[in-house]
Write a protein that binds this ligand. Sequence first.
Ligand code: DCP
Ligand code: MG
Length: 368
Amino acid sequence: MEAAPEDAAWPAAARCVAHIDLDCFYAAVEELLDPSLAGKPVAVVMGLDPEGHGAVATASYAARAFGVYSAMPLHAARRLCPQLVVLPVRHGIYRRYSAQVMALLHELSPLMQQVSIDEAFVELTGRAEALSLLRTASARIGREIGLSCSFGVATSKLVAKIATDQGKPRGFVVVRPDEEAAYLAPLPVEVLWGVGPRTSARLRELDIRTLGALAAVDPVSLAPVFGSRRALELAASARGRNGSPLVLDRQYKSISSEQTLGRGGGDPHLLWHLLQRMAEDVAGRLRAEGMVARTVGIKLRYTDWRLVTRDLTLPQPVDEASRLAAVAAELMRRNWQRGTPLRLLGLRASGLAPAPAVEQLALLPLEA
Ligand code: DCP
Ligand code: MG
């Protein structure tokens, strides 16, 4: 795909966080599986019983036009939209689609946080081409999986998520560095995380309805109402300043390589050779992701299926093949019953963190 002009390079100095949320997720999957539903008002309903009780899990856009929303009792939804097509939830099917989307996103970066079944954050800081990568991912979700999604891209999770919601459906909303405050200014205060009915009522009493108005007041004047900590947090959020890091999913916290062994699975020379190859593979993927690993582990499966996994957490993170292989070899020395044949050998790097930019620069003169 050709880079659109609006997909200009993301500045290296700024954080880059993408948020994605699938459009009308459960209803979209049902439409994908039964194209005759397209364009009809569809409600996917939880707890649907033979008497027609239940609660709307989600509604298609055609149903939303009648005022049907998530969490509404089914009888109320039917009153608003008598021709509503009602389907029971099928969690197993939605989970499979969700897993496909998450796997595709994970190709962008292992720094990914799945927030719910249809929603995730991806950290793309340091990736100048972030926007064109995301646009390609969005197109692939449509083409390869058949679902429509919305993306928000910004310098924080907070603003990225707001951008996604504002662009729905099929949105791709980019809030560039330093444009956060201007982007948020016209929006109602309720779009901020944690601003529920109570906070928004108190803000209304102070005549603050938009984020622009909230950003304009001195946080000192909010402190008596909200406490100083919350007042400062509100003031920063209203300008789009929020440093919340991604909370990484366990399953995405490692990069590993495995090799099934035939004959010769007890030969130390062969195993050392394999460890080096796997270390090169893992190191290459770590560097491609811009990551370093604190923990290196091995996985040994003996021919009687006994499984041994051992790891070592290092004082300094690593991303070079030689270091990974050396640590893995040391773990082998301590834990492998030398000469005993293995069915499988694996090497795993975990405790991942973004590679520190300064250290990488410091390495350059040595490599030149
Ligand atoms: N869901 C649910 N009950 C709710 C809200 C949501 O069971 N109260 C389920 C059904 C949704 C899915 O979770 O399809 C994702 O939730 P979203 O809030 O992202 O809603 P949708 O994806 O349906 O719509 P949107 O396009 O607004 O994201
Ligand atoms: Mg959604």
